[in-house]
Design a protein around this ligand. Structure first.
Ligand code: ZN
Ligand code: ZN
Ligand code: ZN
Length: 548
């Protein structure tokens, strides 16, 4: 009798505990245990539609079915390239504030091109090649990851991973616990002394598995029978690039052979196995860094890069890119299942987006009677110099002609600032006038003209103004006409302010996210304040976006 009574008390006690426990799906505070930020390098929104019939139910389709999708989200500045893309997603602002104006740009102080994450004060960690002298020091505003660190007295774990250094460094911010990226010379994940003097034990152990070798011993064959890839063009296309050692840009890709002619470990980034390798690394990071283990929200920023490398070489209409996305769908599925198991379904918040879209091959456009063309930068510079010779004989006026900008050589102008500003204005106008006459150039602005307030949120003038940083950018700016690009041979590129480059997927999923979709226009800078609002933390320092 007494025994029975005891068990009844136990039962009541257990029931009481259960009632007091937090509702399943939420951590004690109602906040997610972790945020997983996924950037897919070069992913267009249209891939979600075009490849939909071949996606499984548990990858991209699960994110859409359970999450909230913005169908009309765009980059709201140009150039649409990787460094600025990652910086803008995580800072909620544009290059005019965060200062990452391109992947590389001409630096007047150093009189050379600089990379957005290179940092000579740092040394490489985990490699001898020097690819690790990097940090986020050129990023001029805080990120959502920085703000999460600040809000938790740095108790949140923040990690960034990617095949590319900038894809790992910029998202994880200034206060990051670690950023890791792939070293094509050794096949290892490496880092920089900015974070730690040496690699953590788990990264060392991961590198010792030599998974890159495992993948490079496989061949790349299409996931499904190649005849079923109706969503793409022919495999053997004149617009696709060939890997060294291949006569034609066609399946199968025998990697054990091709690695001999394609820099060994570098080859993996040109195959979908680069994304597989990063997925393995993400799982190792979640385990070893205890992401989502306690009630303080952690942050893992993942950037898949193989999509961009394959995309550049093959283009958006290739079977190679379709197959890469079918395989990435499996990576997403794998990652979601892992997160469900380790952190718990509904207990993490995830977003997926891209750092930019991509254009078409100019020759392919022309042959299909579509508008576009090849822009030869070298020829245009030659023409511009000849033109200037007529007005300013023997004078060296151009310091750099890069990133569709002209940097004037300040030493050439008067030492008196008043005179110099008139000279600069005149010269800028002469250059702008010439550029306006060049076939393939659509719009030209001098610094003065760009500072005049524009009319509409997505007019090229405004996109350009938001992409320019006062202390870093040039003096005259131009943009190419729709469909025009600097790709003269095979392959494609991105960087413009047109929809093929600006329109990217944005999906929120998990803790605090209702199911739904919106076709309203949203800008890429809305992602960061949306995450801040869900986490109930401060917005990044120069945030210009609005929570969705
Ligand atoms: Zn990119
Ligand atoms: Zn092909
Ligand atoms: Zn790219």
């Amino acid at each position: 009798m007494l025994h029975k009574f005891k068990s009844l008390i136990q039962l009541i006690f257990i029931a009481f505990i259960l009632i007091l426990s937090p509702v399943s799906g939420f951590s004690q505070s109602g906040k997610p245990k972790a945020v997983i930020g996924i950037v897919v390098d070069q992913m267009r929104q249209e891939y979600l539609y075009r490849f939909a019939d071949k996606f499984g139910d548990s990858g991209f389709k699960r994110l859409i079915a359970e999450g909230y999708m913005l169908k009309n989200a765009h980059y709201n500045y140009l150039p649409t390239v990787t460094g600025p893309g990652h910086a803008s997603v995580y800072t909620g602002t544009t290059p005019s504030y965060h200062g990452i104006i391109s992947n590389e740009w001409y630096d007047r102080g150093e009189s050379r091109m600089v990379n957005c994450v290179e940092d000579k004060k740092q040394t490489a960690v985990g490699t001898q090649t020097g690819k690790g002298s990097a940090s986020p020091w050129r990023l001029k505003t805080t990120t959502i990851t920085d703000e999460l660190k600040a809000a938790t007295q740095e108790q949140a774990r923040v990690i960034g991973i990617s095949l590319k250094d900038r894809g790992a460094i910029l998202p994880s911010g200034h206060l990051s616990d670690g950023a890791y990226w792939y070293d094509g010379t050794t096949g290892n994940f490496i880092s920089s002394s900015y974070y730690k003097p040496g690699l953590p034990v788990w990264v060392d152990q991961f590198n010792q598995f030599k998974l890159a070798d495992k993948y490079l011993n496989k061949d790349w064959r299409t996931l499904l029978p190649i005849e079923s890839y109706h969503e793409s063009g022919p495999d053997d296309s004149p617009y696709e690039g060939k890997l060294n050692g291949k006569d034609k840009p066609v399946f199968p890709y025998i990697l054990s052979e091709l690695r001999k002619t394609n820099n060994q470990y570098d080859l993996i980034v040109s195959t979908p196995y680069g994304n597989d390798l990063l997925t393995d690394f993400a799982k190792a990071a979640i385990d070893a860094e205890n992401i989502g283990k306690d009630n303080i929200t952690d942050f893992l920023a993942i950037s898949f890069s193989s999509t961009d490398i394959i995309g550049h070489a093959m283009g958006p209409n290739s079977i190679e890119i379709e197959d890469t996305y079918l395989r990435l769908d499996k990576n997403i599925q794998d990652l979601l299942q892992f997160l469900d198991k380790k952190i718990g379904a509904g207990q993490y918040l995830l977003f997926l987006t891209a750092d930019h879209g991509v254009g078409e091959n100019p020759k392919a456009l022309i042959q299909n009677n579509l508008p576009g063309g090849y822009f030869n930068t070298g020829d245009v510079l030659k023409g511009l110099k000849l033109h200037l010779e007529k007005f300013y004989p023997g004078m060296d006026l151009i310091e750099s002609f890069s990133n569709e900008q002209v940097f004037l050589k300040s030493e050439t102008f008067s030492e008196d600032p008043k005179t110099a500003s008139i000279q600069v204005a005149l010269t800028s106008e002469v250059i702008a006038q010439y550029l306006r006459s060049v076939n393939g150039i659509s719009e030209v602005y001098t610094r003065q003209e760009l500072s005049v307030k524009g009319s509409s949120a997505n007019a090229i003038h405004d996109l350009l103004a938001r992409g320019v940083h006062a202390g870093r950018s040039g003096d005259i700016f131009f943009t190419l006409a729709p469909g025009w690009s600097t790709v003269g041979g095979t392959g494609v590129t991105h960087g413009s302010g047109y929809s093929y480059d600006t329109h990217v997927p944005v999906i929120f999923f998990g803790t605090g996210v209702r199911h739904g979709a919106s076709s309203a226009y949203h800008q890429i800078t809305d992602i960061a304040p949306t995450i801040s609002t869900l986490l109930e933390i401060k917005f990044p320092s120069a945030c210009t976006g609005q929570p969705v």
